[in-house]
Design a binder for this molecule. Sequence first.
Ligand SMILES: *[C@@H]1O[C@H](CO)[C@@H](O)[C@H](O)[C@H]1NC(C)=O
Ligand SMILES: *[C@@H]1O[C@H](CO)[C@@H](O)[C@H](O)[C@H]1NC(C)=O
Ligand SMILES: *[C@@H]1O[C@H](CO)[C@@H](O)[C@H](O)[C@H]1NC(C)=O
Length: 397
Amino acid sequence: MARLAVAIALAAALFGTGIAAPANAGQAAVNIPFHRYKASPNWKQAVTSDKSRALHLSNKSKTESAAASFPAINEDFSYISQVTVGTQTFDLIVDTGSSNTWVGAGTKYKAGSTSKNTGDSVSVSYGSGSFSGEEYTDNVSLGSGFTIKSQSVGVASSATGFSGVDGIIGFGPDDLTEGTVSNTNVVPTIVDNAYTQGLISSKVLGVYFDPLSGSETTAANGELTLGGVDSSKYSGSITYTPITSTSPASEYWGINISKIAYGTTSVSSSSLPGIVDTGTTLIYFQTSTYKALYKNVPGYSVDSNTGLVKIPASSYSKLKNVVLTIGGTAFTLTPAQYILPQAQVAAWGGVAGNYYSLIGDLGTGDGLDFILGQKFLENYYSVFDTTNHRVGLATRT
Ligand SMILES: *[C@@H]1O[C@H](CO)[C@@H](O)[C@H](O)[C@H]1NC(C)=O
Ligand SMILES: *[C@@H]1O[C@H](CO)[C@@H](O)[C@H](O)[C@H]1NC(C)=O
Ligand SMILES: *[C@@H]1O[C@H](CO)[C@@H](O)[C@H](O)[C@H]1NC(C)=O
């Protein structure tokens, strides 16, 4: 079902309108649809999976060794894009928190006339999963007419933790590929090669998530834009903020949040480094910020079934907006945006009539003090700009 829906939308929605290419662009940006994976994900595992990913992300500064560890994958909760490698089409997780692109976890790769085995081995671990195999180069197509030649692609001979998907398309910084492929320093990413080969005129990725509504557990028509942003997917202007200098957030798409408020009450007034991450489901703040936030919500507790913060009805009716100041702009999450919709409570393993928050506790932080995952990005269009070392955010349409 999910695959069929993806295929139909892919055929129908390529090259949508409203693309804002950079002013100096000789090349148009390309829009690529993508989708939440699986019709019935196991949402109960989302928090466990997020935490495992977060631990690995935070570990980066302490493990600069060759056997670098990269984030865990929420395969059930991820957004996927259909990507053609050689002549085959694969369902790949769209991940801004890792940078290797690889296939073969599900559908096996068949070497064809355009593929070349580099003879190098590849191995990457991601919190709750990993893969290893051989590194190939092949043509990679993200949309008709948008083909990257000789893209380095991992071909898994073994993979764990990736049921139901074929691999990952990595949109993280290329440094994250260091130490993953033998005899290789940094592996150029899809975005690097699309730029080098003149397919796009800036190394920019725009991400639009289509939020879930009602009781649906799968959403259609998320969209990636390579080489620019899609101005039909956001309103107002994009606030850009530089990549943070604080490690380990700086290793990823890390930025500073200068202020966090609950209503008009400040819960964090010093600059916090953290990351924007398509591969994390929820929104997380480090423990002291998390506690400062929820102490304003009488009776809150961590629900053991869902792993989510549960809020009593008496407090629910008084909830205030959570306001993040990033790059001088206030990004607001209303209670309707950070409380799990009632229609989705059962799917998350919760009890109907209870209220569950999508903002969780990250732990001590230490240089990675928040994660703005899908539940933030479903409200704000995001721009991952390698060329200018910055992240952009805008209100999605
Ligand atoms: C953190 O890094 C250490 C040292 O490399 C490693 O042994 C450990 O498994 C890592 N922990 C996580 C959660 O990634
Ligand atoms: C695929 O790769 C081959 C060899 O690298 C190249 O000659 C060919 O033009 C590529 N095809 C497309 C559609 O880009
Ligand atoms: C981010 O915050 C840190 C302090 O947490 C500060 O040193 C740094 O200058 C800020 N800005 C950037 C771009 O890193």
